[in-house]
Design a protein around this ligand. Structure first.
Ligand SMILES: Nc1nc2c(ncn2[C@@H]2O[C@H](COP(=O)(O)OP(=O)(O)OP(=O)(O)O)[C@@H](O)[C@H]2O)c(=O)[nH]1
Ligand SMILES: [Mg+2]
Length: 216
């Protein structure tokens, strides 16, 4: 049995909890959650759907679709979170400032945040904002994992080259120890690898050991 098996079955039963436009509207800050962040249109909602089951999160051809923080329940103590995309130029400035503010408030204030999945279009990786997010994760001690999405848009060899380039830049220029992988929603490429990462964050060994102690 793979270490991500319990997570995979929870993912298949994931349900929508609520959308929050302010941090005060988020569900109670208990247990563990993993947030999906990234540029608008990078494929965050699609990745969430591919890792759970189809049509959980709303996807769109129009960038800026996810404007609220959307929470999905895996079980009583575990959640996945679809964050609003950043960097979409056509959004009015006022709205941008609002998102920025509540994204910041979420990222800095959320105690249950166990890990950050940063989704980047493989063809446009490491935008300034992506780099800021990696730096924020590094400084805050929040583990991060990069999904290089839309891998199906490049031939296998070219995609692999991009992966290596991004990995090298992250280590050398950004001093980030985040992990990186290729991902494609329509091809379901990289699903198992991503599940392993989520399982590691949402089923940390310490918590299980703690529970076992409590039972004895
Ligand atoms: N070919 C391909 N298209 C993808 C993939 N992932 C997402 N897309 C497409 O990219 C567009 C944007 O996807 P979304 O998942 O809505 O992107 P998002 O990051 O949630 O966007 P916002 O909510 O605007 O921040 C949609 O047309 C998707 O069908 C992928 O892996 N491969
Ligand atoms: Mg979205």
């Amino acid at each position: 049995m793979s270490s991500s098996t319990p997570l995979v079955s929870l993912c298949q039963q994931a349900t929508f909890i609520k959308s929050a436009s302010l941090v005060t509207q988020c569900p109670p800050d208990i247990g563990l959650e993993v947030a999906f962040a990234g540029r608008s249109n990078a494929g965050k909602s699609s990745a969430l759907n591919t890792l759970t089951h189809a049509r959980l999160a709303r996807t769109s051809k129009t960038p800026g679709r996810t404007q609220l923080i959307n929470f999905f329940r895996l079980d009583e103590e575990r959640r996945l979170v679809d964050l609003p995309g950043y960097g979409y130029a056509k959004v009015p400035l006022e709205l941008k400032a609002h998102w920025q503010q509540h994204l910041d408030a979420y990222l800095t204030g959320r105690r249950s945040l166990a890990g950050l999945v940063l989704v980047m279009d493989l063809r446009h990786p490491l935008s300034d904002f992506d780099c800021m997010m990696l730096e924020w994760a590094r400084k805050s001690g929040i583990p991060a994992h990069v999904l290089l999405s839309k891998a199906d848009k490049l031939a296998f060899g070219a995609a692999k080259n991009e992966l290596l380039k991004v990995q090298a830049r992250m280590r050398k220029e950004l001093r980030s120890d985040a992990t990186v992988q290729l991902f494609s929603s329509p091809k379901r490429q990289g699903v198992e690898q991503a599940h392993e990462v989520l399982a590691g964050w949402l089923f940390p060994p310490e918590v299980e050991a703690g529970q076992a102690d409590g039972e004895s």
